[in-house]
Design a protein around this ligand. Structure first.
Ligand code: FNR
Length: 414
């Protein structure tokens, strides 16, 4: 109602209400490097295009005369009632979009009551985001480090700051081939951005200290910007007991180098996932599952949910569209909860994903655009717009609740 009232009163919204306009407006305010990292995909970006095309191949078939005056978008997930089938995807390096980064997103997520999934590659330590969120839902996303102890530390911290699920991302054992960044020589991590979860971690600090003591740091093979040093210095002040005392220039360099060396474990297998069950009491969600056999395997191990995702087309060029993978994964998922991301941009997209078997969708880039344009308020607007559009699309389709959205609501386009 409010969004419509503003629309007729001539008051312009904080962010454009259409996805193309939203991205375009964000592109216009973001520096080139930031725009490249946030918007870009792998290779020729065929997967990114496929993600969108997959949604366009389905059409909603509305039903009429069903009394849609009262509608309810809420869903139940992992024992919690959520206001809408929407969560904010884990996004690293949000400082590229806005100086308040994850903190601004945390506030907007809390205001809306939608889960915010803290990225392992965040720009703000999870404890700070959690503190800004009251009791609103938050999950933690893990990249499985080569260092088991660091993995344990991250999981402990996530539990301590009230995370309600552990999301293990499996599609980024290595960073994808991303020409927009490569051509600029501007992969953010190499400049120390997006490593706040690490620099605020006592186990990571110990690993870095050992490296400095026992390995010559040698010639820097990474470039340090003033921003990096500033971030690390501020982290040291913020967590005086938890990071290296007497910050020396070698230390930020060693921190960045150590991060790049240990953030991910390409040798990860199902055996490691089997051990995850013993590491936490939290529900475990595997993110990046696209093959039904992998979903079956996860279900066999007692995993609680999967996110059908190709990482927004950022990892494999020419990969299957996330929405195209959804029906088979759903059929293989058994009791697991099934979530989807990659290419979700509108209320109609959310309806289609639910009709094809998703319990909930994750939103990625759109909230980063809102953040870039108007900080926390921009993120709030993006969430509100998606909810409003889903609500209208449901009502106009003769659907009152999320559980009424079934495969009968859509048909493949002729
Ligand atoms: C991501 N994604 C991501 N995923 C993850 O598990 N951990 C992470 O740190 C990040 N970081 C990240 C940064 C940026 C800038 C983007 C755009 C994406 C992937 C993200 O969680 C999600 O899968 C996709 O963004 C979904 O696709 P859309 O909505 O962006 O098309």
């Amino acid at each position: 109602d409010r969004i419509y009232r503003d629309g007729v009163s001539g008051r312009a919204p904080a962010v454009p209400t259409d996805p193309a306009g939203l991205e375009e407006a964000a592109m216009a305010v973001l520096p080139g490097k930031a725009a490249a990292y946030l918007a870009g995909g792998a290779g020729s970006e065929a997967t990114m295009r496929a993600n969108r095309a997959a949604f366009d191949r389905w059409s909603i078939v509305p039903r009429v005369l069903r009394d849609v005056s009262a509608r309810d978008l809420s869903v139940e997930l992992f024992g919690q009632k959520l206001p809408a089938p929407i969560a904010l995807a884990p996004s690293g390096v949000l400082e590229l979009a806005h100086e308040e980064a994850d903190l601004a997103v945390a506030r907007a997520a809390a205001e809306a009551g939608v889960p915010f999934i803290f990225s392992n590659q965040a720009s703000v330590p999870m404890e700070d985001c959690a503190a800004a969120m009251g009791s609103s839902p938050r999950w933690f996303q893990l990249y499985w480090s080569t260092e088991d102890e660091l993995v344990h530390s991250f999981i402990r911290r996530a539990e301590d700051c009230g995370a309600e699920a552990l999301v293990i991302t499996l599609d980024t054992t290595m960073l994808g081939w991303r020409p927009r960044d490569l051509n600029r020589g501007s992969l953010p991590f190499s400049q120390g951005q997006g490593i706040a979860q690490y620099t605020s971690d006592p186990v990571f600090a110990r690993i870095v200290r050992n490296r400095i003591l026992h390995e010559p740091v040698g010639k820097p093979d990474v470039r340090l910007t003033r921003d990096t040093v500033r971030t690390l210095v501020s982290m040291t002040q913020h967590y005086p007991g938890r990071f290296l005392p007497n910050l020396l220039s070698a230390q930020p360099r060693a921190a960045v180098e150590t991060f790049l060396r240990i953030y991910s474990r390409p040798s990860l297998t199902w055996d490691d996932i089997a051990t995850a069950r013993d590491l936490t009491r939290l529900p475990i969600v595997l993110k990046g599952v696209l093959h039904p056999d992998d979903a079956r395997r996860a279900a066999d191990l007692g995993i609680d949910g999967v996110v059908v995702s190709n990482h927004g087309g950022r990892q494999i060029d020419g990969g299957i569209a996330s929405l195209d993978a959804l029906p088979a994964v759903k059929a293989a998922a058994g009791d697991m909860r099934v979530m989807l991301d990659s290419g979700v941009r509108t209320g109609a997209d959310i309806l289609k994903a639910i009709a094809l078997g998703a319990d909930l969708v994750l939103i990625g880039r759109p909230y980063a655009w809102g953040l870039a344009l108007a900080g926390s308020e921009g993120v709030s607007e993006v969430i509100a717009n998606l909810r409003a559009e889903l609500d209208l699309t449901m009502g106009l389709s003769g659907l009152r609740t999320i559980s009424e959205i079934t495969s009968e609501a859509i048909v493949p386009q002729a």
